[in-house]
Design a protein. Structure first.
Length: 319
């Protein structure tokens, strides 16, 4: 028996086979061999835990892939010229490009989920909602533990981002004002709403579950044992959250460069505002679990991509 491979799954893949001597259906084992010993309680517990972990990984991979699909309509409008140029140069079709992009996202999310869950368990982090679902438990009792805090954090981070832009960066970066007008001219509520799920699901899996957790494992491994034992766990997680937040900010630079030429100040602004939000999401992940960060990210993007454009279109804000 392969270690960690459920007997039920093994039997499903390799069903009853024909005995070559008798020609009748029967067990593949020799008649003079003793029957396989039943699993011990410890083995049963390990196989059950392994099955639940695979199911949780499946849930998260599905969410991350759906997030990658959801952002495509928004991205195709925002970067229509660049995509058309790519299609013309490569001689590819739009369905072909979509297929490749979805496949790439699915592979990235799958690898990020598997490695992220492994690393998260090493440092005491979790994704409690999908864990409950994988164990056959209801999700709502878990969600209500963090729902209010995550929503408030998400709204606050969205508002702080807008205030920083309005008071600090827009006066020094007129290009942001022009980008805002261009975005408003192309704004579509349904596209913007769908794009929010990319940040909430896909980015949180890759940046918090994968990168933050793996960074925390790396920091633990780099520290001498004496320092590691003496250092509070939260200090290591804070360091990992800072690294993930900076990388989250840097990760937004390619999208910005597709819209306009990058300058040092624009780079600093992009990393700063996104890094600040990423730090907030990282705190929620370390405090409540991955889904709290997902919910907060969803609320932040809702403020930035839905509420703020609505206020501009209503004339309550001026570009």
């Amino acid at each position: 028996m392969v270690a960690g491979f459920p007997r039920a799954a093994f039997s499903a893949i390799f069903p009853v086979m024909t005995d070559p001597k008798s020609g009748s259906a029967g067990s593949t084992a020799r008649e003079d061999e003793p029957p396989a010993a039943p699993l011990t309680p410890e083995e049963q517990a390990r196989e059950q835990a392994s099955a639940q972990q695979r199911k949780q990984a499946g849930y998260l991979t599905l969410l991350g892939t759906l997030g990658g699909i959801a952002v495509l309509p928004y991205m195709f409008v925002l970067q229509a010229d660049k995509i058309a140029e790519t299609i013309q140069k490569a001689g590819a079709s739009l369905p072909g490009i979509v297929t490749v992009m979805v496949a790439q996202t699915a592979i990235q999310v799958l690898l990020g989920t598997l490695l992220g869950l492994w690393a998260a368990r090493k440092v005491g982090l979790s994704a409690p909602v999908t864990q409950a679902l994988s164990e056959g438990q209801p999700a709502w009792p878990v969600i209500r533990r963090f729902a209010l805090a995550a929503v408030l954090w998400g709204i606050a981070l969205g508002v702080v981002t807008c205030v920083l832009d309005a008071l600090v960066f827009v006066p020094r970066l007129p290009v942001l004002q022009q980008l805002g007008r261009d975005a408003l001219a192309k704004h579509s509520v349904w596209r913007a709403a769908l794009s929010c799920f990319y940040g909430a699901f896909t980015e949180e899996i890759l940046m918090r579950l994968f990168l933050l957790s793996l960074t925390a494992v790396g920091l633990q491994a780099l520290l001498p044992k004496a320092s590691r034992d003496a250092m509070p766990r939260q200090v290591i997680l804070l360091g990992a959250a800072l690294v993930a937040a900076v990388m989250f900010g840097i990760g937004h630079l390619p999208a910005m460069s597709a819209l306009t030429k990058l300058t040092p100040l624009l780079v600093g602004r992009t990393v700063a505002v996104n890094g600040l939000a990423g730090l907030g999401f990282g705190f929620l992940f370390t405090r409540y679990g991955l889904e709290a960060a997902m919910l907060a990210h969803l609320c932040t993007d809702g403020i930035l991509h839905l509420v703020v454009p609505a206020l501009y279109q209503a004339g309550l804000l001026s570009a």
